[in-house]
Design a protein around this ligand. Structure first.
Ligand SMILES: O=C(O)C(=O)C[C@]1(C(=O)O)C=C[C@@H](O)C=C1
Length: 299
């Protein structure tokens, strides 16, 4: 840890004051320790922040890869329509994508995927895990924030059409497989806002609690927003999308025509949806967190 040039004694350091996160550092699992262990509070928050920045960056790569793979197939709109003919009624009252996602999530639930605090299922009901529970150290405050319905809606109605060629190439299974990769990566990234929000709350609990008690979502949004971080993120994303979207020949010739994914659409996706939805998760979490903190301190 000595290499990271951080003032560990600074009690109110926040994520945005940390060194350049360009290189992901292997700090292991985010859930480092349980509440109540001996580590000083601010050090706890700083460690969490470093891991969060790396994780945000890694998920960005997962999202980008998933989008590039999905963009190889046509929109195939029929997979998003309920009771579509080609599926012979096998999908019940779900769309082909919802059906496929439900079946996938059932098996993932059995191996306890959704018991992890950074994984959220889109479908229900799901079976109980066949594996015994893991003892996850707690960082988040217990909450019921889950905006997967919104993520699905935005994905189907705005994102697919922006990144994929129009039309129907009949590759329904492949397209839906890639949809699932995209949705899971987006959901993980957006709900990661809870971890970011928790660290922000810990660096300023009084103010977030005051705003939560006033139900002032706009002010909470303003307080947690850091435009400089957003701009940096979008710049990094554009660079990555250009590099990942090039073919090998283009990379060698240093040109980027006929990219595998429309770079502007990917950047817009983040600007218009991913960042605002992450902030929505942060605000919802902070409302619950602040109200609970208030109650706790009333006693
Ligand atoms: O990194 C943070 O501080 C976040 O809150 C996350 C995030 C983002 O979605 O990337 C959202 C809001 C901030 O304005 C900056 C970035």
């Amino acid at each position: 840890m000595q290499n990271y040039d951080i003032d560990y004694k600074k009690p109110n350091a926040t994520c945005n004051e940390l060194p350049n996160p360009e290189t992901p550092r292997n700090l292991g699992c985010f859930h480092m320790r349980k509440h109540g262990s001996a580590m000083p509070y601010h050090l706890d928050v700083l460690l969490a922040c470093i891991t969060m920045i790396s994780t945000k960056y890694l998920i960005l790569i997962s999202i980008l890869t998933a989008l590039i793979e999905r963009a190889q197939f046509s929109v195939n709109e029929i997979i998003y329509h309920k009771n579509a003919l080609p599926f012979n009624g096998a999908t019940g009252d779900r769309t082909f994508l919802e059906y496929f996602l439900w079946e996938t999530e059932k098996i993932h639930a059995k191996v306890r995927r959704y018991t992890s605090p950074d994984e959220y299922a889109f479908t229900s009901p799901l079976p109980e895990p066949i594996l015994p529970p893991l003892d996850y150290p707690e960082f988040l405050f217990p909450n019921d924030v889950n905006i997967n319905d919104k993520i699905m809606d935005v994905y189907v109605n705005h994102l697919v059409g922006a990144i994929c060629p129009e039309g129907d190439d009949k590759n329904y299974g492949s397209a839906a497989t890639k949809d699932i990769d995209c949705l899971q990566a987006l959901s993980r990234r957006i709900h990661y806002g809870k971890f970011i929000a928790e660290s922000k709350f810990r660096s300023n609990p009084e103010e977030y609690t005051r705003l939560a008690m006033l139900n002032d979502t706009e002010a909470i949004d303003k307080l947690l927003t850091n435009k400089a971080v957003e701009m940096k993120l979008l710049k990094r994303l554009r660079r990555k999308a250009l590099t990942y979207g090039q073919t090998l020949d283009q990379e060698e010739a240093n040109i980027s025509t006929l990219l595998k994914v429309p770079v502007d659409a990917v950047v817009e996706l983040y600007e218009r949806w991913v960042i605002p939805l992450t902030k929505l998760v942060e605000v919802e979490y902070l409302l619950q967190r602040g109200r609970a903190w208030h109650e706790e301190h009333q006693k």
